[in-house]
Ligand binder design. Structure first.
Ligand code: NAG
Ligand code: NAG
Ligand code: NAG
Ligand code: NAG
Ligand code: NAG
Ligand code: NAG
Ligand code: NAG
Length: 485
């Protein structure tokens, strides 16, 4: 049994109703894709991008919804004498317009990067003061997505208004092009973008850059989360747990078209154990953080493929209700990790069709049984809520129960089976978006619902065995028959 040395029941907000998101028709569910930065940094070029795009298609990622291929920093060669950005000719001998055509021809979309400053973080030309010209040139190339950073911002931050004004300029410039361009803010959580960005952007980073590590203290990421206190210092080299613990205060800000972004996925990049990578991926889905892969696509291994292609978890990320899970409780525990901390947490929240998500996180160093009452899991209904009063029983589905085997994953990687074979042929079913947006998801689909592992009656408790640095991700579905009260 675990000794809870501290407990915190957080007064987190309900998912908001009727708040307005940016009206560009994009990111109605969290955007999915792949970004160059974590694996290639400044050594990106046309070859590595097209090779990655090919794999995104042939391994089946595209058909599961991973749509955007994003060129991060270092694509540019500066401005020409008319003030327009030009691509680096060695990296992109055929230009970016040509690359965009090729990406589009493979059924994918293309993203690009800049900074709301005089320079990008890698010291290439930034877009501050050039918003219209830059938006116009990207639109003319066929760009579908902008990741917009915060380096060299000339001190134009420190109040939400300063940050809003600086980022709104680019939002307006993108709109003026007439091309729908997904607008992804990367201002590291400075000035609370969850408050100022939802009307101008499709997503905003909640904190500093994520490192490829589960948990650690780092002098570069000094800001520790504390209830109700915004971290003014965004930091970088932040761990998975650090970024998570900073992001739990704003679940209600995530709405269709406007998402909290906890930074890109580190699945397949070598820094996380298999359990940690599963937990990281699951929590991002629960919190509606856009799933952007960053692994070297051409070197994708079986465990990586089978995490990133878990459609039961992706169906939570892409759930049409678009409601982020809340952290319901957090307890510190005695078994600690190398960082001298151990903690367990419960996340839950509504899914479409009346389903409910329950996610146990075990960030202690020992495997443990975790449990939660239906009152906790249906926290947003209040103590007398529907789960209790109506007296229904709920089926419990384990969303990791049908993880693709290494054998199937390797067959896909070795070209012996086609990409969508290991999961489901979403193309034949009308496309990923249509499959994820079925209400209710068909109970018979193990690919979308996982496996039924038990049931729970009103007033009952849900229990799961959770590995160290792992999660249990459960989907509760109401049974048809009403129990006697
Ligand atoms: C849940 O688990 C904890 C720790 O193992 C235990 O103390 C508690 O009694 C359990 N609660 C229920 C309702 O089973
Ligand atoms: C592209 O980048 C890769 C990886 O950095 C490198 O191996 C390759 O030589 C580069 N190709 C070109 C055409 O620059
Ligand atoms: C600069 O780039 C823009 C956009 O690509 C182009 O229309 C213009 O002709 C270029 N100007 C010069 C001087 O090369
Ligand atoms: C531009 O903004 C208007 C008003 O919000 C919106 O209706 C329109 O769809 C936007 N266009 C693009 C291309 O984003
Ligand atoms: C899948 O392969 C990885 C190593 O490639 C291994 O660690 C893991 O145990 C395998 N999983 C199963 C279920 O065999
Ligand atoms: C799909 O994968 C299974 C292994 O899980 C294999 O037996 C089957 O032949 C594959 N089918 C196709 C069409 O590739
Ligand atoms: C999936 O369905 C599409 C459209 O029906 C078809 O062209 C494709 O070959 C199928 N893929 C697999 C792996 O069966």
């Amino acid at each position: 049994m675990d000794k809870a040395v501290a407990a915190l029941l957080l007064s987190v907000g309900l998912h908001s109703l009727g708040a307005a998101a940016l009206d560009n028709g994009l990111a109605i569910t969290p955007q999915m894709g792949w970004d160059t930065w974590n694996s290639f940094a400044c050594s990106l070029n046309e070859t590595v991008i097209l090779d990655a795009a090919k794999k995104i298609v042939s391994l089946g990622f595209r058909d599961l919804g991973y749509e955007y291929v994003v060129l991060d920093d270092c694509w540019s060669a500066g401005r020409n004498s008319s003030g327009y950005l030009v691509p680096n000719k060695e990296k992109f001998p055929n230009g970016i317009s040509d690359l965009a055509d090729k990406i589009h021809a493979s059924g994918l979309k293309i993203g690009i990067y800049s900074s709301a400053g005089t320079m990008t973080c890698a010291r290439y030309a930034g877009s501050l003061g050039y918003e219209e010209k830059d938006a116009a040139v990207w639109a003319s190339w066929g760009i579908d997505y902008l990741k917009y950073d915060n380096c060299y911002n000339q001190g134009e931050e420190g109040t939400p208004k300063l940050s809003f004004d600086r980022y709104n300029k680019m939002g307006k410039a993108l709109n003026v092009t007439g091309r729908p361009i997904l607008y992804s803010l990367c201002n590291w959580g400075v000035d609370g973008p969850w408050n100022f960005a939802p009307t101008i952007a499709n997503s905003w980073r909640t904190s500093g850059d994520l490192s490829n590590v589960w948990d650690r203290e780092d002098v570069n990421c000094p800001c520790q989360e504390k209830e109700g206190i915004d971290c003014k210092l965004p930091g970088y080299h932040c761990s998975v747990m650090n970024v998570l613990n900073k992001a739990v205060y704003y679940p209600s800000k995530a709405i269709p078209g406007a998402w909290n972004d906890l930074d890109m996925l580190q699945v397949g990049n070598g820094g996380l154990t298999d359990e940690e990578a599963k937990a990281h991926f699951s929590l991002r889905a629960a919190l509606k953080s856009p799933p952007l892969m960053t692994n070297v696509m051409t070197k994708t291994d079986a465990p990586t493929l089978s995490i990133l292609q878990n459609t039961a978890v992706l169906a939570v990320s892409q759930d049409p209700l678009g409601s982020s899970a809340n952290r319901i409780w957090r307890y510190y525990v005695d078994d600690v990790d190398s960082n001298g901390k151990g903690e367990i947490q419960l996340f839950s929240g509504p899914l479409s069709g009346g389903d409910q998500l329950a996610l146990f996180l075990n960030a202690g160093s020992e495997d443990r049984n975790m449990n939660a009452s239906l009152v906790d899991i249906f926290w947003e209904d209040g103590a007398d809520g529907t789960a209790q009063q109506i007296g229904y029983s709920w089926d419990i589905h384990d969303l990791w129960a049908n993880r693709m085997s290494n054998e199937t994953a390797n067959a896909i990687i070795n070209g012996m089976a086609s990409g969508s074979n290991g999961t489901m042929n979403m193309t034949a079913m009308g496309g990923a978006r249509k499959v994820y947006s079925q209400v209710p998801l068909p109970s018979s689909s193990k690919e979308l619902m996982g496996s039924k592992v038990g049931s729970v009656k009103a007033s009952g408790t849900v229990t799961a065995h959770v590995k160290a640095h792992g999660v249990a991700m459960l989907r509760l579905r109401q049974q048809n028959n009403k129990d006697e009260l």
